[in-house]
Design a protein around this ligand. Structure first.
Ligand SMILES: Nc1ncnc2c1ncn2[C@@H]1O[C@H](COP(=O)(O)OP(=O)(O)OP(=O)(O)O)[C@@H](O)[C@H]1O
Length: 329
């Protein structure tokens, strides 16, 4: 598979006094065309900040401080706003946790979906209307003509998220960034939206980056996963390896936090303690204070990246033991 998105040594910070506090430190990963890539970790570890930086939609004073984000031969970290505008939508679509943030309360849903075609070639008004109704059918909105004429507050939560997905997909992006797209929804609706995203990804051949704090969601949806902790990727692996042979103690703790017999729909409560405040990270491994495998070297310097034979790797001096490869089938 061809590389579609390469995040290369990305750093994101906010100014504080005369210093910069690093929210994300040195994050690198690659998403291949058509694959589903998960980013998982506890609240505050930098997942949203990382994917918002990809399309330069950081909030407040957060800024990219180093690194590159390559998509289609363009470094989005350096691109001008005009170039970003054409990439947002037609190259990369985005779905947020709360569909209301993506929807304008005073415009009809149909108008907002069709709006995404504004930068997309010379379509007539009739063609735009037809494409809008088609996108609504694609995301499973019932009675598209009626819903197109409705305002966001007239829809259910699940219908709003379907409408937000239609907005993200109308210009046929090759990559969809989804930031906790099911967290704000009822459990039964969560499963439907996840199925919809997986189904659309394979039908449309686009890649998906799915940010979640729920490893059950990752298990159902992703080909590969990055585990983030305190602004860094601490482990990356194909999905099967992460569940069968986790190496980083933080990944092990995340897996142990999923209640037996139920791998979906539960927030992570991995282990006692909290991740460090980004303004006061320790000089060694950020996870050391909570780590059962901690030794004195962990507190001296942050561990580098150890590549794994099966793809991916981990950043830990004292990882969990590797089991023999489980045969496929
Ligand atoms: N614009 C900003 N200004 C200041 N701090 C920020 C900003 N954006 C994010 N942060 C901080 O950066 C850290 C990472 O936040 P981020 O939202 O990326 O984490 P997350 O893993 O996505 O968590 P959640 O699941 O809660 O969204 C947190 O400590 C957060 O408070």
């Amino acid at each position: 598979m061809v590389d579609l998105l390469t995040v290369d040594h990305l750093g994101i910070g906010i100014p504080r006094g005369s210093n910069t506090v690093a929210l994300v430190e040195d994050v690198s990963f690659t998403v291949r065309a058509g694959e589903s890539y998960g980013i998982v970790g506890e609240s505050g570890c930098g997942k949203s900040t990382t994917i918002r930086a990809i399309i330069r939609l950081l909030t407040g004073k957060a800024r990219i401080t180093r690194g590159a984000v390559r998509f289609d031969g363009v470094d989005l970290a350096q691109a001008k706003e005009s170039a970003l505008q054409s990439i947002r939508g037609a190259g990369i679509g985005m779905v947020f946790q709360d569909p209301l943030t993506a929807l304008n309360p005073v415009l009809t849903v149909g108008r907002q979906i069709a709006e995404g075609l504004r930068y997309h070639g010379q379509l007539s008004a009739a063609d735009r209307h037809a494409r809008m109704l088609e996108a609504m059918r694609l995301v499973g909105l019932p009675d598209p003509a009626r819903i197109a004429a409705s305002y966001p507050h007239e829809l259910s939560g699940g219908q709003r998220q379907r409408a937000a997905i239609a907005i993200a997909l109308i210009a046929s992006p090759r990559l969809l960034l989804a930031d906790e797209p099911t967290t704000a929804l009822d459990v039964t609706i969560q499963a439907q939206i996840l199925r919809l995203l997986s189904d659309l990804r394979s039908r449309l051949g686009m890649a998906l980056v799915l940010v979640t704090h729920d490893l059950g969601v990752v298990a159902q949806t992703c080909d590969r996963v990055a585990v983030m902790y305190s602004g860094r990727i601490v482990e990356e692996a194909p999905i099967r390896r992460i569940f069968e042979n986790p190496r980083h103690p933080y990944t092990v703790a995340l897996l142990n936090s999923i209640p037996r017999g139920s791998r979906a729909g539960h927030p992570l409560h991995p282990i006692a303690g909290m991740p460090p405040d980004p303004a006061h990270r320790p000089s060694g491994c950020s996870f050391a204070a909570r780590c059962p495998n901690r030794q004195t070297d962990c507190e001296a310097v942050a561990p580098g990246w150890t590549p794994d034979a099966g793809g991916g790797g981990f950043a830990c001096f004292h990882p969990a033991r590797a089991h023999a490869e489980v045969p496929h089938g």
